[in-house]
Design a binder for this molecule. Structure first.
Ligand code: G1P
Length: 271
C-alpha cells in the first residue's frame, strides 16, 4: 500500500521572480488558497497518510504556515463566533499532523532532494508529487496508485507535448500497452528535438521504489551539474525494474512559470 508521499519544495523559484524573492512559489495563492494546498488535497484524497516536505532554510516559512498555532488560537479567542476561521485552522492542524520536514539547503537537483527522505520511507514504494505541476478535474495520484496495484510496478504520469517543446521535459521511450498505459523503455532528461525518443513527457507524479535511494547515493551529477531523479530512474530501468507510464485524464496546469501561474489562476477561478 502506498501511504507515504514526498514533495520537493526547496527549489529557488527563479522562473516566478519577483514574486518569489520573499515568498515561496508554493505558497502563492491560486483562487484563495496556496498552490501547495491543491497538491496536499490530491494526496490526502488518494489515501496518503504521511507527507514529507523537503524544504530549505530559506523556505522555513512553509513550516511556519503549518505551525502558526498561537496566531490562530489568539484570533479564535477574540472572535469566538468566526466559523470560517475555525474551519481554516482545523484544516491546517489536520495537515500539520501528517507532514514531516527534511532539509535540502543546497539546490543540487531533484534526485538529491529525494535522497533526503531515505531514512523516513518505510514501505517498498512511495509517491512523489512536483508542486509546480497542478492536475485538476481528476485525481492523478489516485489513478497512479491503482495502476501500481494492477501492474505491480513503479508508475509515472505522462502527457503528450508539442514536439518543439521536448527539451523542457523528461521524455519517455515507450512501448504501448493500451490507449493510456505504456511500458517505459527509457527516459531522458530534457533531450534535444533530434535525440528525443517520443513526445511523451514526464509530468510530476511518480510512484517510485525504495531501491532508488541506493542508486541515488552513487549517482554522479548530470545536466547542469544537478542530480536528476530521471537519471536514477533510467538506471533502475536498465537493471530491469518495471516502470509503467500513464497518460492521465485530468487537466494539467503548469504553475512553475509566470505565464503558467497566471493561466492556472484564470482556469481554476472559472471552475
Ligand atoms: C522536472 C523533471 C522533468 C519533468 C518536469 C515536469 O523538471 O526533471 O523530467 O518533465 O519536472 O514538470 P523541472 O520542471 O524541474 O525543470
Amino acid at each position: 500500500m502506498i501511504k507515504q508521499a514526498i514533495i520537493p519544495l526547496a527549489g529557488l523559484g527563479t522562473r516566478l521572480l519577483p514574486l518569489t524573492s520573499v515568498l515561496p512559489k508554493e505558497l502563492l495563492p491560486i483562487n484563495g488558497k496556496p498552490g501547495l494546498e491543491y497538491i496536499l488535497d490530491e494526496c490526502v484524497k488518494s489515501g496518503i497518510k504521511e507527507i514529507i516536505f523537503i524544504i530549505s532554510k530559506r523556505k522555513q516559512i512553509i513550516k511556519k504556515y503549518y505551525y502558526n498555532d498561537s496566531f490562530y488560537k489568539n484570533l479564535i479567542k477574540k472572535k469566538k463566533d468566526n466559523k470560517k476561521l475555525k474551519l481554516e485552522y482545523a484544516k491546517i492542524k489536520k495537515y500539520k499532523k501528517m507532514i514531516k520536514f527534511v532539509y535540502q539547503n543546497k539546490p543540487r537537483g531533484t534526485g538529491d532532494a529525494v535522497l533526503k527522505c531515505a531514512n523516513l520511507i518505510k514501505s517498498k514504494h512511495f509517491l512523489m508529487l512536483m508542486p509546480d505541476d497542478l492536475i485538476i478535474m481528476k485525481n492523478c495520484s489516485l489513478s497512479l496508485i491503482k495502476l501500481h496495484k494492477k501492474y505491480k510496478s513503479s508508475v509515472i504520469a505522462s502527457k503528450k507535448v508539442d514536439k518543439k517543446s521536448v527539451s523542457r521535459w523528461g521524455i519517455f521511450d515507450i512501448k504501448k500497452i493500451n490507449n493510456k498505459d505504456f511500458i517505459i523503455k527509457d527516459v531522458i532528461e530534457k533531450p534535444s528535438i533530434k535525440s528525443a525518443p517520443s513526445n511523451y513527457a514526464v509530468i510530476g507524479r511518480y510512484i517510485l521504489p525504495k531501491e532508488i535511494f541506493k542508486i541515488l547515493r552513487k549517482q554522479k551529477p548530470g545536466q547542469n551539474g544537478e542530480i536528476h531523479i530521471t537519471d536514477a530512474i533510467r538506471t533502475l530501468i536498465r537493471k530491469k525494474n518495471k516502470f509503467m507510464g500513464h497518460l492521465f485524464a485530468g487537466k494539467y496546469l503548469d504553475c512553475g512559470t509566470m505565464n503558467g501561474y497566471i493561466n492556472s489562476f484564470t482556469k481554476i477561478s472559472k471552475l
